[in-house]
Design a protein around this ligand. Structure first.
Ligand code: DX5
Length: 224
């Protein structure tokens, strides 16, 4: 089986032990993740509350891996300010949470952070078309946001392929991340559909052998 496109694995610590987040970061590093994803939720845009700027700041100090902040919040502008200087490399906000997405993209970039936009399963890929030239990352949710451990929605593959077409046709350099429901059995199909980054949470923290779980994904995708 020929190798699929190159891709990165991002560990979302959401399914780690909330009282031992440093352990969750270490586990992701030891297992061989390429990025750490920190899911910041406000109890309003999604029903859950995770953590805030101090956890982001301390996490960035503790790891050499690049850190993404995934804002699942209703007022992303406030959080850009609040997290100024925390040390994260990339920040995502939800298109559904902003009436002025281009302004939010610019505000993130001004902080020296790579801007990205996340879209919920119900939001079509086409909704991003005007933003694509200005962002570094698109995160497609494969599940309803807010909770780890859900099953990937079936239409994610087609939607990812559509997003790949849009990105390639606009000349955008944005990468495609799939977040939610990623497991060894669907990873190859997602990368073939155009994904560049796969987020794994319960597939890592729910595993008895996290390193083997990430290796298995890499093996399956590369066809080894
Ligand atoms: C949920 C988060 C995801 C989630 C993924 O909104 O953005 O990162 O933790 O969890 P799994 O991999 O278990 O679907």
């Amino acid at each position: 089986m020929a190798a699929a496109r190159p891709f990165k694995l991002m560990a979302s610590i959401l399914a780690g032990d909330a009282l031992n987040l440093l352990d969750a970061i270490r586990m992701a590093e030891t297992a061989g993740a390429d990025w750490i994803s920190l899911d910041v939720s406000d109890g309003h845009f999604v029903p859950t509350i995770s953590f805030g700027e101090e956890v982001v700041r301390r996490s960035c100090q503790e790891t050499k891996l690049p850190v993404e902040v995934h804002l699942m919040v209703s007022r992303p502008d406030d959080w850009i300010e609040r997290m100024d200087g925390c040390g994260h490399h990339q920040m995502l906000f939800h298109l559904e949470a902003s009436q002025r997405a281009m302004g939010v993209v610019n505000a993130i970039r001004k902080k020296g952070v790579r801007p990205g936009v996340a879209i919920n399963p119900e939001t079509p890929a086409e909704a991003l078309i005007t933003l694509l030239p200005y962002i570094d990352s698109v995160c497609m949710m494969g599940i309803a946001p807010g909770f780890a451990g859900q099953k990937l929605l079936d239409y994610t593959f087609t939607k990812c392929a559509r997003l790949r077409e849009l990105i390639d046709s606009t000349g955008s350099k944005a990468t495609i991340t799939i977040d939610g429901g990623v497991k060894a059995h669907n990873a190859r199909q997602l990368v073939e559909a155009g994904a560049d980054v796969l987020v794994v949470s319960s597939g890592l923290y729910g595993s008895e052998n996290p390193a083997e779980s990430l290796n298995e994904i890499r093996r399956i995708v590369s066809g080894d």
